[in-house]
Design a protein around this ligand. Structure first.
Ligand SMILES: Nc1ncnc2c1ncn2[C@@H]1O[C@H](COP(=O)(O)OP(=O)(O)O)[C@@H](O)[C@H]1O
Ligand SMILES: [Mg+2]
Length: 362
């Protein structure tokens, strides 16, 4: 089972660099998501990996084979890869069995009986037994998606490529299919590159996530690492909600902004440097309504006034302008806390929850 290595990949369309100097790796048997907003170069990357596009610079390696470079592009059908599209791309005039068998069209020497057996087996895996004779028009969106998955798996590809395969499904089915894709990945262990703009989907499905911004990979890591240790403003804001506070390092682990003084997680800031600190709204405790609560000495205690309270069921969302400076923090409090607009409060934030972004810029 080979992995995929992308080295300095660049693809331009006229003036636009859709993908620029891309580097990342999918290890053997790993599922990596490419996550980013619309237009950031996800589909272009996938089409480069599939062999539909020629790069202007860089290389794509699968195991010890270089499949793409500016001078050579191994054609898609010789890459031992299968791709699943957002639109499913099923043949409407072919039955379910016919569509899945179509995936085997390049396996020339395969006897008919083996072909039929493999189609039957893979339909069982995606839980579509008994649907062999139906046409795509007689299936729900989720079932059509399963046919597309079966057609990709039936060829036993070395690499599986998926481009936003769930975005045409309604919300509840989309969630169910996330688990289904993860289950299939665990069953088959095929090296997989999965493209999505949906952070929750990427978090459920992936071993690691590569965040793409304007044609570049800005950070790669497991979901928890990206959420807890974002390196850039873009990653901090794209994965979950956050507060970003711009300030100046006043010590190795102190960031100030006006009268605000925050003790932060890192201990190696350069005094005088500009620093942006990311604080997740649910990591901030509203403490005045807990008279019994013991404040630990290490916490940052900040005075503020509750503002714009929104009850969301599983939490209360509010804005808290701090007293004495221009910072407004967004706070998610537990729903049991009956905070009221205009109420003065103290916010407690553990230094570990104040994460300085290590890379400047966006
Ligand atoms: N065939 C093409 N011709 C011209 N521009 C393209 C083409 N394909 C993609 N682009 C441009 O490249 C950028 C990245 O597109 P794409 O890879 O489709 O993004 P994503 O899949 O992340 O939404 C966009 O600005 C898009 O308009
Ligand atoms: Mg796309």
């Amino acid at each position: 089972m080979p992995g995929v290595t992308i080295k300095g990949l660049t693809k331009r369309f006229g003036e636009i660099a859709a993908v620029e100097g891309l580097h990342f790796q999918v290890k053997p048997g790993e599922l990596v998501s490419l996550l980013g907003p619309s237009g950031c170069g996800k589909t272009t990357t996938l089409r480069l990996v599939a062999g539909f596009l020629r790069p202007e610079a860089g290389e794509i390696w699968v195991g010890d084979r270089c499949l793409s470079s500016p001078t050579t592009v191994v054609p898609p059908e010789r890459r031992r890869m299968a791709m699943i599209f957002q639109s499913y791309a099923l043949w409407p005039h072919m039955t379910v069995a016919g569509n899945v068998a179509y995936g085997l069209r390049f396996k020339k020497g395969l006897p008919k009986a083996d072909r039929e057996r493999r189609v039957r087996e893979i339909l069982k895996v995606v839980q579509l037994e008994g649907f062999e004779a139906r046409y795509p028009g007689e299936l729900s969106g989720g079932q059509q998606q399963r046919v597309a998955v079966a057609r990709a798996l039936v060829v036993e590809p070395e690499i599986l490529l998926l481009d936003e395969p769930l975005s045409n499904l309604d919300a509840s089915l989309r969630e169910e299919m996330r688990f289904e894709i993860r289950r299939l990945h665990e069953a088959f262990g095929i090296t997989t590159l999965y493209v999505t703009h949906d952070q929750a989907e990427a978090m459920v499905i992936s071993d690691r996530i590569a965040v793409l911004h304007r044609g570049r990979v800005v950070q790669v890591g497991p979901a928890a690492e990206l959420f807890e240790q974002p390196k850039t403003r873009f990653v901090a804001e794209f994965i979950g909600k956050t507060n970003l506070v711009d300030g100046v390092a006043a010590g190795s682990d102190i960031v100030t902004r006006g009268s605000l003084r925050l003790r932060v997680a890192s201990a190696d800031l350069t005094p005088g440097a500009m620093v942006t600190v990311s604080i997740r709204p649910h990591e901030i405790d509203v403490v005045t309504d807990h008279p019994g609560r013991v404040l630990s000495g290490g916490e940052n205690l900040l005075r503020g006034i509750i503002h714009r309270v929104h009850y969301l069921g599983d939490g209360i969302d509010c804005q808290v302008p701090l007293v004495g400076n221009d910072v407004i923090l967004r706070v998610t409090a537990p729903p049991s806390l009956r905070v009221r607009s205009g109420e003065p409060v103290i916010l407690a934030v553990a230094p570990a929850a104040c994460v300085p972004l290590t890379e400047g810029g966006e």
